[in-house]
Write a protein of this length. Structure first.
Length: 261
């Protein structure tokens, strides 16, 4: 049974709206925006995390739901689009509004997440959101954070395969261990090649690899988790994981934290 489940890889070919695999959830956060964001993917569950409501509407991506404590929406926005359903959460909770939005998306069957407004601005939020996509990868899903001209994803045991494309010079792709050890790391079709390398989260040797023109690229690992960054202009990679997706990421925190003084 174990071997059979390992072979039943969860895959996403970048066309989840047509294949029905790895349903997509687009989440708009209240962080920094860079003027290059586009609502990728056609059919998706769209969630605004608190103050992400306004950028979602500005980008023409009407949310199906707004989740959060509503502490980052401007005062005049509290009544904006009250026809959109809301899940109001306490401000003094342990989960971030983005994590709450991910939990809702996961409960509704999504296993792929594209998160806007999750990089830049406050460094603590950026670090928290890297932890968030690490959690999603370790739970058998895929998440991407949209940054300035680049995407950040976390990859667990599995692979990312980029089709050949006419990349500009020095189109960077970086692979860094998120865990103490990432085993069996493979990077093929790039300027620097690896085959079964062990990486640790105290190394920085995976920074600034490069796509090669008209060459497909393959990134994979056998155990652990790595962060992968690549240009927003790169073609959508085919993703797979050998992990069975978890049933849930935990309940929504609807009460104030028990850790309050």
């Amino acid at each position: 049974m174990g071997e059979r489940r390992k072979k039943n890889l969860m895959q996403d070919d970048g066309q989840s709206d047509r294949t029905g695999q790895a349903p997509l959830c687009r989440i708009w956060g209240a962080g920094q925006y860079f003027g290059e964001e586009t609502a990728r993917g056609k059919q998706a569950l769209v969630i605004a995390a608190d103050g992400g409501l306004e950028p979602a509407l500005e980008h023409g991506d009407e949310p199906d739901l707004v989740v959060g404590d509503f502490d980052s929406l401007p005062a005049g926005s509290r009544k904006l689009r009250t026809d959109i359903p809301r899940r109001v959460l306490p401000a003094e909770k342990d989960d971030t509004d983005l994590l709450a939005a991910v939990k809702v998306g996961w409960q509704r069957g999504c296993r792929r997440f594209l998160i806007y407004g999750g990089l830049g601005g406050r460094m603590d939020h950026t670090l928290a959101n890297l932890n968030l996509i690490h959690l999603i990868a370790a739970s058998g899903g895929r998440a991407e954070l949209w940054g300035q001209g680049m995407l950040v994803t976390a990859l667990g045991p599995g692979s990312l395969d980029f089709p050949a494309w006419d990349c500009p010079p020095r189109s960077m792709v970086s692979v860094l261990a998120a865990d103490d050890q990432a085993l069996g790391v493979v990077e093929q079709g790039l300027k620097y090649q690896t085959d079964g390398m062990t990486m640790t989260n105290q190394q920085v040797t995976g920074v600034s690899n490069e796509f090669l023109p008209s060459r497909p690229a393959h990134i994979a690992l056998k155990q652990g988790t790595v962060f992968v960054t690549y240009p927003t202009s790169a073609p959508e990679p085919v993703w797979s994981t050998s992990l069975e997706p978890k049933a849930d990421l935990g309940p929504l925190e609807t009460r104030p934290s028990r850790r309050l003084a």
